[in-house]
Design a protein around this ligand. Structure first.
Ligand code: NDP
Length: 302
């Protein structure tokens, strides 16, 4: 009786929510932090869609630098990929990026903004600093808000020109890549990494999502927060956490009783995470705006 209407995997675990997955089809999209990790994954997956965007903006801090090599290679093969310089802690850079996106779009709107870029400082509760609190907040919270504001006219234009009724990612949407680490109700992985500045910035980003969803609903723009899962990227690499994340003084990472070594490995590949999120994005509608979801479509506690 209790299982009717549930969505199970081959082991009988309850997976994700039962969603009608559609097909993501957008004329234009912008991804921040697009040179590596999950952001680069979004770019690769969007380019590989059956109906890829006519214009895909890949925003990164240093388009000509070493770290953007993969992106440069992709841009040489895909004429629809446009690399845009963007430093999220600099409001002038955000304005310039939005202006350049507007010029490229030549009068049409922007369907999808993925605020993916972010930073994590591995500080503990005891050694968290005002400088790191500010830098992480500026990057993870203020940056996405300012970029959403700057791109609002283009998102509105996309919504106005869309034949799609109701809210949909195929019409106009802002997707904030948050983290379950920002959940206040269910604190995740405290024993592994405390990162107070990161947790606060993502909790605040979730509030930004709620506010955007309230303010932009009338413009036809859907807004959600996503937890991408624990993903094998530079940020998701636990090795780097070791120095700063001793849960108890004097106990190195991995020796803490409640953390098993297997619990210290990121479980998801970028492909799995991004593939999951894009499927979920294709299924979102009016009722989903202002929610906090994971890469499988589960609703997460704030
Ligand atoms: P990475 O560290 O691999 O990539 C982060 C990206 O953000 C890079 O492209 C980086 O650019 C960019 N970035 C950082 N600071 C700025 C800035 N000031 N202006 C513009 N761009 C900036 O991280 P992931 O791919 O793992 O993470 C992507 C998102 O997913 C983040 O928001 C993260 O918080 C979230 N997340 C990740 C998880 C994981 O397990 N990996 C788990 C939960 C959430 P550059 O390369 O030039 O530094």
């Amino acid at each position: 009786e209790k299982d009717t209407g549930t969505f199970l995997d081959w082991e009988g675990n309850s997976r994700g929510s039962r969603r009608n997955m559609g097909v993501l089809s957008v004329r234009s999209a912008l991804v921040t932090g697009a040179n590596q990790g999950i952001g680069l994954g979004f770019v690769q997956h969007l380019l590989a869609l059956p109906n890829p965007p006519e214009v895909l903006f890949a925003a990164c801090q240093d388009p000509k630098g070493q770290r953007a090599q993969e992106l440069q290679k992709l841009a040489s093969k895909h004429r629809n990929l446009v690399i845009v310089p963007l430093e999220l802690t600099d409001p002038a850079s955000i304005k310039a990026a939005a202006a350049s996106v507007g010029e490229h779009l030549k009068g049409s709107g922007l369907n999808l903004l993925i605020n993916n870029a972010g930073i994590l400082r591995k500080n503990t509760l005891d050694n968290e600093t005002p400088k790191d609190m500010s830098e992480v907040y500026a990057t993870n919270t203020i940056g996405p808000l300012l970029l959403s504001q700057a791109l609002l006219p283009l998102l509105k234009k996309a919504a106005q020109g869309s034949p799609v009724s109701g809210l949909s990612c195929n019409k106009a949407a802002i997707v904030n890549i948050s983290s379950s680490g920002g959940s206040i109700k269910e604190i995740q992985s405290w024993e592994v990494v405390q990162a107070v500045s990161y947790r606060c910035s993502k909790a605040a980003l979730n509030m930004v999502t709620r506010c955007l969803s309230l303010g932009y609903r009338e413009h036809g723009i859907l807004c959600v927060s996503f937890h991408p899962g624990w993903v094998k990227t530079d940020m998701g690499n636990i090795d780097g956490y070791t120095p700063g994340c001793r849960a108890l003084p004097g106990q190195p990472l991995g020796t803490h009783a409640c953390v098993s070594p297997s619990a210290l490995q990121a479980q998801l590949t970028v492909d799995e995470s991004v593939g999951g999120m894009l499927k979920v994005l294709s299924s979102l509608s009016e009722k989903d705006t202002g929610t906090f979801l994971d890469w499988e479509g589960n609703v997460l506690p704030w």
